[in-house]
Ligand binder design. Structure first.
Ligand SMILES: C[S@@+](CC[C@H](N)C(=O)[O-])C[C@H]1O[C@@H](n2cnc3c(N)ncnc32)[C@H](O)[C@@H]1O
Length: 223
């Protein structure tokens, strides 16, 4: 990589350069930092599941927030380089759609649940907008299954999605499970990217019925 090319990339993407300077595994680190500073997601001692965790920028951020009394489970289809110096991070390699991945998390947690689930899962984009919207919808519904199985009452879910026609549908589903649902685009998200994050707080294990109308009215987009 030439110096000129690096300088151009840094000018276009200050978070790329910041990630290098800070020595973090990905620029995604700063998205989660933005989200946490805005919404107060983590606290020391939390138990957390990170879905789609490779290469590990979010894991690094979460470690810094939950400390050594917490537990962090990182899941990805790709192998994540272990954090040898941090004993409370457990890495699971697997496809989130496979039963076996679910079972591995059950094995780690036993009867315990977690305080926070974060998902930065990104499917391979086909470029066909309608198809991509459906794929991310399937991902989001699978993440919701993880929340239903592993999230503590009053727990928090942070989940990546894409702008598009499924957003109100996903919002409605989330609102039947969480008391507060917000849509947020962190500063560190690339401007041209369609990615958004659902910030869902106060998990309510029992389904609440919400009419379509109130869901639309309550869904708040925070720029
Ligand atoms: C944007 S990256 C995550 C970056 C990460 N949050 C970080 O901070 O470094 C999205 C990840 O989702 C993972 N992924 C996509 N589909 C998956 C699946 N079906 N099961 C598990 N992981 C998946 C990819 O392997 C990729 O590592």
């Amino acid at each position: 990589m030439t110096k000129k090319w690096r300088r151009r990339k840094a000018e276009r993407d200050p978070f790329y350069e910041l990630a290098k300077k800070k020595g973090v595994r990905s620029r995604a680190y700063f998205k989660l930092e933005n989200i946490d500073k805005r919404f107060g997601i983590f606290k020391p001692g939390d138990r957390v599941i990170d879905l789609g965790a490779y290469p590990g920028g979010w894991l690094q951020y979460i470690i810094s927030r939950i400390g050594i009394d917490g537990l962090l489970i990182g899941v990805d289809i790709n192998p994540i380089k272990p954090f040898e110096e941090v004993p409370n991070v457990v890495l699971v390699q697997g496809d989130i759609f496979e039963e076996d991945t679910f079972a591995k998390i059950e094995e780690i947690l036993g009867e315990n649940k977690v305080d926070v689930i974060v998902s930065d899962l990104s499917p391979n984009i086909t470029g066909i907008w309608e198809l991509d919207t459906e794929i991310i919808y399937d991902y989001n519904m699978k993440v919701l299954e993880y929340a239903e199985r592993f999230l503590e009452r009053d727990g928090i879910l942070v989940m990546k999605s894409f702008e598009g026609r499924r957003v109100s549908n996903i919002t409605r589903k989330l609102k039947s499970k969480f008391r507060h649902v917000r849509i947020y685009k962190p500063k560190a998200s690339r401007k041209r990217s369609a990615e958004i994050y659902f910030i869902c707080m106060y998990y309510r294990p029992k389904s609440r019925k919400t009419s379509n109308r109130s869901s639309e009215e309550e869904s708040v987009f925070i720029p």
